[in-house]
Write a protein that binds this ligand. Structure first.
Ligand SMILES: Cc1cc2nc3c(=O)[nH]c(=O)nc-3n(C[C@H](O)[C@H](O)[C@H](O)COP(=O)(O)OP(=O)(O)OC[C@H]3O[C@@H](n4cnc5c(N)ncnc54)[C@H](O)[C@@H]3O)c2cc1C
Ligand SMILES: *[C@@H]1O[C@H](CO)[C@@H](O)[C@H](O)[C@H]1NC(C)=O
Ligand SMILES: *[C@@H]1O[C@H](CO)[C@@H](O)[C@H](O)[C@H]1NC(C)=O
Ligand SMILES: *[C@@H]1O[C@H](CO)[C@@H](O)[C@H](O)[C@H]1NC(C)=O
Ligand SMILES: *[C@@H]1O[C@H](CO)[C@@H](O)[C@H](O)[C@H]1NC(C)=O
Ligand SMILES: *[C@@H]1O[C@H](CO)[C@@H](O)[C@H](O)[C@H]1NC(C)=O
Ligand SMILES: *[C@@H]1O[C@H](CO)[C@@H](O)[C@H](O)[C@H]1NC(C)=O
Ligand SMILES: *[C@@H]1O[C@H](CO)[C@@H](O)[C@H](O)[C@H]1NC(C)=O
Ligand SMILES: *[C@@H]1O[C@H](CO)[C@@H](O)[C@H](O)[C@H]1NC(C)=O
Length: 510
């Protein structure tokens, strides 16, 4: 059963990546529901239907902007602000649509470029779900009318799956309930085992979940993004969900105790390891718009333990120095992740991204400051020898807001326990490679950037043969997508480096 479900999900993603418009009814087609049919839908919903627009449309027409363009310009790089706009994607390239003939439809923030402002890939109509019933009604409506259905929580998706041209949207952003329970018993489980949990509805974002955990004197294993804007119970968990705390406590899916879900037939089900366990298995790693719509996730919480942060930041004078330091750093990983250390590393050729061309933040759980120093000081000495002006320090901190994401606990969990790419259980490093292009670029210019990314990927592949990606941070331009999302253990050749390429547009960063 498990194998079949997984194969089915891969199949779906393959089909979606080669859309055949005749498969589903799209906006503009004669089969698109009439205004009367939408009015009937409206009568069953708790909120007015939404008509998402690209936020950048506020700046058009240039001579007489229809909205507050200053506001859009001021907030365009703010993840939380973007997640609040139904028609926004975090990476603006996913708001645009490139036709096969090279025409690009979208709406650039810079109106003086002289391009028209169009709807692009943003669904023109959707349901602002604030009750589980809203989700059920929306799913049934989409099924009855054979609409292309898109579930959007925050719009962070790296494959652009939270938008699709001419689709019908379910916006889960306002399903914000959070319930703490210090003695949660999963449905269908024997009463003897209880968990300290937080149940998050699918619109809850990490900043809200972290606040709730803190209010309850607990910690929760979550993702990292500026402002905590990634969704805590939508795409993140469906794809696996990594965290700097994963080496200590496991991935997001390993901490989920129970989910509730609206199936493709509109049924609202509870799933855990006791009931509907096949669905529970499948959505944890193979989900994200694949099987059904999550309405909530119940996560195990953990006691707060002291944390130490290790911070290394440098502007490397020479590429060779950067290489030496990275090599030395990667050598540390197997030992550190087995000890529960997690980290985030930002590396760039320019100083544009993190204000240095290498920033490394390690999170050291439940280990004394002195012991942390003893472990990391030899590395600090190495770095300072190589690049004397490097900033390198350790500091204890109380909260857990801050975040190598594999190894440790992640590797101890049965690879067959969830629909996740089992490669995760052998991985230590998860690497994201980004690239971008300017607003107004032609299709040929965009394809050249994508080709460069593919070439870079080939280099990474040669360094770590058999490495792969997973649903949340895979790329549209995977060299071999089936292989990258491979689930069969034996194709993963035991490499300890994993790669996840992605492409984003730097439309905002002109
Ligand atoms: C800035 C940034 C930082 C990130 N940091 C991390 C990190 O620290 N750890 C990590 O693991 N990943 C991280 N990611 C990747 C992230 O996990 C994925 O982009 C994930 O898909 C986002 O999920 P979302 O619900 O927030 O976004 P969305 O784009 O809204 O949704 C993503 C996918 O899930 C589907 N989906 C959303 N809600 C539901 C639902 N309720 N039911 C069913 N399907 C749903 C959507 O249809 C889409 O296919 C990051 C991404 C970005 C852009
Ligand atoms: C437009 O947005 C800016 C920046 O957010 C804000 O200061 C200003 O008050 C807004 N103007 C109007 C008319 O709402
Ligand atoms: C490209 O195709 C789109 C969609 O069919 C169409 O709207 C557009 O006019 C075409 N552009 C050119 C230059 O042919
Ligand atoms: C907008 O585009 C115009 C025309 O290419 C350019 O001169 C201007 O610098 C751009 N503005 C911004 C803010 O990037
Ligand atoms: C959210 O919580 C409130 C208060 O506990 C409750 O009234 C409401 O029904 C909940 N909503 C959903 C969709 O569970
Ligand atoms: C790196 O360079 C940037 C820009 O020149 C500067 O702001 C930053 O302080 C430098 N950082 C370090 C650690 O030297
Ligand atoms: C790092 O940034 C500094 C400051 O901008 C720059 O001089 C240096 O060439 C960069 N080094 C690398 C390896 O990219
Ligand atoms: C933290 O460390 C202490 C002392 O080593 C240990 O007793 C405790 O169980 C640890 N807590 C966690 C959550 O690992
Ligand atoms: C750990 O090292 C930092 C510098 O990296 C130093 O400031 C601090 O005093 C040390 N702490 C202990 C307990 O040794």
């Amino acid at each position: 059963m498990k194998t079949i479900l997984w194969i089915a999900s891969l199949f779906t993603s393959v089909v979606l990546s080669k859309p055949k418009p005749r498969c589903r009814c799209l906006y503009g087609d004669s089969c698109w529901p009439t205004e009367e049919e939408f009015a009937q839908l409206q009568s069953k919903l708790s909120q007015p239907l939404i008509r998402p627009v690209l936020p950048e449309s506020a700046c058009y027409p240039e001579s007489n902007p229809s909205g507050n363009c200053t506001d859009v310009q001021a907030n365009t790089l703010d993840g939380r602000w973007r997640s609040d706009q139904a028609g926004s994607m975090q990476s603006t390239n996913f708001e645009t649509f490139i036709f096969r003939n090279g025409t690009i439809e979208g709406c650039y923030l810079n109106a003086t470029l002289g391009f028209p402002c169009q709807q692009g890939s943003v669904p023109p109509v959707g349901v602002d779900a604030r009750r589980v019933e809203d989700v059920q009604v929306a799913v049934k409506f989409a099924a009855d009318h054979d609409l292309l259905l898109v579930v959007r929580s925050t719009g962070h998706d790296y494959l652009g799956r939270s938008a699709a041209i001419g689709a019908f949207m379910i916006w889960t952003h306002h399903l914000k309930n959070i319930t703490a329970n210090s003695a949660f018993v999963p449905d269908g489980a024997p009463e003897s085992g209880t968990y300290n949990t937080l149940t998050l509805q699918s619109g809850v974002q990490w900043f809200e979940a972290y606040d709730a955990a803190q209010e309850n004197g607990r910690t929760i294993i979550g993702g990292l993004s500026a402002g905590g804007s990634v969704g805590a119970a939508g795409g993140w968990i469906s794809g696996g969900g990594h965290s700097a705390f994963a080496p200590q406590h496991g991935l997001g899916i390993d901490n989920a105790i129970q989910i509730t879900i609206v199936t493709t037939s509109g049924e609202h089900l509870t799933a855990n390891s006791h009931i509907n366990s096949d669905l529970f298995w499948a959505v944890r790693g193979g989900g994200g718009g694949t099987y059904s719509v999550l309405t909530s996730v119940t996560y195990r919480t953990h006691e707060i333990t002291p944390l130490t942060a290790v911070i290394v930041a440098s502007n490397f004078s020479l590429l060779a120095v950067k290489k030496d330091i990275l090599t030395e750093h990667l050598k540390l990983w197997p030992g550190l992740s087995d000890a529960g250390w997690g980290s985030f590393l930002v590396l760039s050729n320019a100083v544009a991204i993190s204000n240095t061309n290498l920033t490394l933040v390690l999170v050291v759980p439940n280990i004394s400051w002195a012991d942390t120093n003893a472990t990391i000081n030899p590395f600090f000495d190495f770095v300072r020898d190589a690049q004397p002006d490097t900033f390198a320090t350790t500091i204890p901190f109380g909260g857990f807001y801050s975040c190598h994401v594999g190894g440790g606990k992640v590797s101890e969990i049965d690879p067959d326990s969830a629909g996740l790419n089992p490669a995760w259980r052998k991985a230590i490093v998860h690497m994201v490679v980004g690239s971008g292009w300017l607003s107004g670029s032609t299709v040929d210019q965009i394809r050249a950037v994508q080709q460069q990314l593919k070439d870079d990927l080939a280099i990474l592949e040669s360094l770590a043969p058999g490495g792969g990606a997973y649903f949340n941070e895979a790329s549209l331009y995977e060299i071999n997508p089936l292989h990258s999302l491979e689930t069969i253990m034996n194709v993963w050749k035991g490499s300890r480096i994993r790669m996840t390429p992605w492409v984003f547009s730097s439309l905002q960063k002109e």
